[in-house]
Design a protein around this ligand. Structure first.
Ligand code: NAP
Length: 240
């Protein structure tokens, strides 16, 4: 049985690499993008190399777009085996709690947390049709309350209240959803890719997107004895 995956925000960066690596592992991948043109161009690039990839329009902040995408998957594939909630943003108006724009924090929450919650709810009936559903939430070490409070952590000074809170909220989704779905074949985990050179980081990371995609892909492809409700980074488990 060929597994079917949906990756959101996959027209570039880590998401595009997750699509490539899943397709190379034999998965049929739906490359999610909010912009049809950017999504189609990215999917065409991979499909031209013989990979089973097709574009699907999905803006995680637009309920209609999410519902249309879910209906399309229901009609064409009938189920989903893997959902990678990768779409995410930072915002130039974000910053430390004393200075950040509350509107920026709202925008970030809308995409990184509410968007992920909305997509997950819409796709859950399709994941329930899978013998082994896998949900991977692209989190960040910056979403760790422990790391944010640890002066010895290299991330201690990365004080972005909107972004960091959005990933902490995403982690709460992982914990609660994993608990709700225990006893089902669906596993849900938070995966921090590491510090990756993409548009999101202004290309300041120390990993390539290809390297950053590896751990999310590993968790997307977990076998029957899959762990669930974990928060991991390339070095191991991340403290919540
Ligand atoms: N890079 C890192 O070091 C790092 C570290 C920890 C976690 N992460 C997480 O990894 C994920 C991917 O980040 P990245 O570094 O690959 O960033 P990126 O290169 O900026 O890519 C982000 C992707 O998300 C899409 N997106 C944004 N808003 C969207 C929306 N409303 N609906 C659908 N798609 C949307 C973007 O689409 P457009 O092209 O249309 O803007 C783009 O495809 C994010 O969740 C990020 O928080 C990254």
């Amino acid at each position: 049985m060929v597994r079917i995956a949906l990756v959101t925000g996959a027209n570039k960066g880590i998401g595009l690499e997750i699509v490539r690596q899943l397709a190379e592992a034999g998965v049929q991948v739906l490359l999610g993008a909010r912009d049809v043109g950017r999504g189609q161009a990215a999917a065409d690039g991979l499909a031209s190399k013989g990979l089973k990839v097709e574009a699907i329009q999905i803006d995680v902040t637009d309920g209609k777009s999410i519902a249309t995408a879910a209906a399309a998957v229901r009609g064409r594939q009938g189920r989903l085996d893997i959902l990678v909630n990768n779409a995410g943003i930072v915002d130039a108006e974000d910053g430390p709690p004393t200075m950040a724009s509350p509107e920026a924090a709202r925008r970030i929450m809308e995409t990184n947390f509410i968007g992920t919650l909305s997509v997950t709810q819409a796709m859950l009936p399709l994941l329930r049709q899978s013998p082994a559903g896998r949900i991977v939430n692209l989190s960040s070490s910056l979403g760790s309350l422990t790391v944010n409070g640890d002066p010895t952590s290299p991330y201690y000074s990365a004080r972005l209240i909107g972004y960091n809170a959005s990933k902490a909220a995403l982690n709460m989704l992982t914990v609660q959803l994993a608990a709700e779905l225990s006893g089902t074949p669906i596993a849900v985990n938070s995966v921090s890719p590491g510090y990756v050179k993409t548009d999101l980081t202004g290309h300041t990371g120390y990993m390539t997107p290809e390297e950053g995609a590896r751990l999310p892909v590993k968790y997307a492809l977990l076998g029957e004895d899959a762990v669930s409700g974990r928060f991991v980074e390339p070095d191991g488990e991340t403290p919540w």
